[in-house]
Design a protein around this ligand. Structure first.
Ligand code: ZN
Length: 500
């Protein structure tokens, strides 16, 4: 830890989006986070929060269980905060207020608030109901977080701005175009919070500010209202914030946060984190801060982000238990001021990687799987490694030369197959089907112990069932071919001569 990061906050981002852990799991997790060096939690409730009154439709439970409210009850939201307090972890709620509002804008009730009618991501800041809706969401969130000092208002990746007729007019008539559109909305949201909760400090993702001129940011006095969280999730090779970012921010913002990533940033279908990537991201951030120490007045701290999905509609990527080794490594790298092999040894020992090493790179599959680890939910990681090994075996078989040579789609269509080969394939598919079904059963049990059952449903439905169905189809095709016996090649399709 260097002079800048010493004494700063270390927030762990809990992205509840579609993968809310059960309280019994958080009860085991929070003491570990504290012991590993975390000081707080950045909780992104999204649709898992139990909104009430005319917002109650927003809760995820209303979609799946046809009752009203989010995955968590108000009592559970309170219990999660109590658990955090017991473990000396502060809580900062994160609520999107401009872009990434799919969980709001997907509902027909709020469809009219979309900036682009067909796209549910960004809100129209000019619609007369937009700000009142955001105010209601913020009010309900703050009301149920009585002890917070900060609130994060998101506002990253506002993909669509200035596109509806009203916003287009505003962009054309405003001095600073889209920058005014963005900043006016942010100022409205931030001012509402300041007016009603004057002691709350406001954090915002910084990416939408990166291309706005310093003079414009100063004109809005943005630094007096919000504190930017500068995020970058790439490793050293592709890490770049641009040459003038710190000069700009040093002239506008007295307080700075940063956002790193320990999961959910290396691929939208990733199942187990690529540890090397995340270690490098943290090392590079340490170097970046070190190089710009004189341009940062007050460094608030770092949010270790862990994304569950790339957006509300996307497939689940790395689940929290699978990413605890990555989180432990990243926290230790941060606290240690860099990575070294002793750090890897001590984290490996702490997490129970004794006979199977904790790999920094994606392993060559099939890879050995640990049998006993020392962190909550390790069984899910073991199940995922098992699934990835099985998927590798499945791909090796379905993409094999043997299948191409003796059981391709043309041969199946023409009933032209050799039973000697096909009988062998039936045995292979039977074994594979048994293995896929075994992984499915194991993961079903383990996922349901940690998460809402929707997580197990989604994982199995989207990742395992397609493989299982494909193997079943192949096996059934094999059995049909064998039952038909040897067929002569259909002579009508045989090429006997070539045109000269
Ligand atoms: Zn608009």
């Amino acid at each position: 830890m260097d002079v800048l990061t010493l004494g700063s906050q270390r927030l762990i981002h809990l992205d509840m989006k579609g993968a809310p852990p059960r309280l019994s799991y958080l009860d085991k997790l929070f003491p570990l986070l504290r012991d590993w060096g975390a000081t707080g939690l950045l909780i992104e409730w999204e649709d898992t929060f139990p909104y009430t009154d005319d917002l109650s439709l927003l809760g995820s439970r209303s979609e799946h269980n046809e009752s009203i409210g989010g995955f968590y009850t108000i009592e559970e939201v309170n219990q999660i905060q109590d658990l955090a307090t017991i473990n000396s972890l502060s809580v900062i709620p994160l609520i999107q207020t401009f872009g990434h509002l799919e969980f709001l804008l997907k509902h027909s009730k709020w469809r009219s608030l979309r900036e682009v009618e067909n796209y549910p991501s960004s809100m129209c800041p000019s619609h007369s109901d937009s700000l009142p809706t955001i105010r209601k969401i913020i009010t309900q969130i703050i009301k149920n977080h009585p002890n917070i000092q900060y609130i994060h208002i998101g506002a990253d990746e506002v993909w669509h701005m200035g596109l509806c007729p009203s916003c287009e007019r505003r962009v054309q008539t405003c001095k600073n175009g889209k920058a005014d559109l963005f900043l006016e909305h942010i100022m409205n949201v931030a001012q509402f919070i300041k007016d009603h909760y004057p002691n709350l400090k406001i954090i915002i993702w910084d990416d939408m500010l990166r291309n706005i001129d310093t003079a414009v940011l100063q004109e809005y006095n943005l630094g007096t209202l919000v504190e930017p969280m500068v995020w970058h999730y790439n490793p050293m090779e592709t890490f770049s914030l641009g040459p003038s970012l710190w000069d700009k921010y040093s002239n506008v913002f007295p307080n700075i946060w940063i956002g790193t990533a320990f999961k959910g940033a290396t691929g939208c279908t990733q199942i187990v984190p690529v540890h090397r990537h995340h270690i490098s991201n943290h090392e590079t951030w340490l170097a970046e801060l070190n190089s710009n120490v004189n341009k940062i007045q007050n460094f608030r701290g770092c949010a270790f982000t862990g994304w569950s999905r790339y957006d509300h509609y996307a497939l689940l990527c790395e689940l929290l238990p699978c990413a605890l080794p990555s989180l432990a490594l990243c926290l230790k790298v941060w606290l240690n001021g860099g990575y070294n092999t002793n750090l890897l040894k001590s984290v490996s020992k702490m997490l129970g990687y004794i006979n199977v090493p904790l790999s920094l790179e994606p392993p060559i599959r099939p890879t050995p799987i640990p049998t006993e680890l020392l962190f909550p939910g390790w069984q899910i990681l073991v199940g995922m490694e098992w699934f990835l090994n099985t998927k590798y075996r499945y791909k090796s078989i379905v993409e094999s030369d043997q299948l191409d040579a003796w059981f391709n789609s043309s041969q199946i269509r023409k009933n032209y197959t050799n039973p000697m080969q096909i009988e062998r394939f039936i045995g292979i598919f039977t074994d594979l089907l048994f293995e896929v079904s075994s992984v499915e059963k194991y993961l079903r049990v383990q996922l349901d112990l940690v998460f809402n059952t929707n997580v197990g449903d989604e994982f199995i439905d989207s990742r395992i069932t397609p493989i299982k169905e494909h193997i079943k189809q192949l096996k059934s095709d094999c059995e049909l071919q064998v039952s038909r016996g040897v067929q002569p090649y259909p002579s009508v399709n045989r090429v006997t001569s070539y045109p000269s």
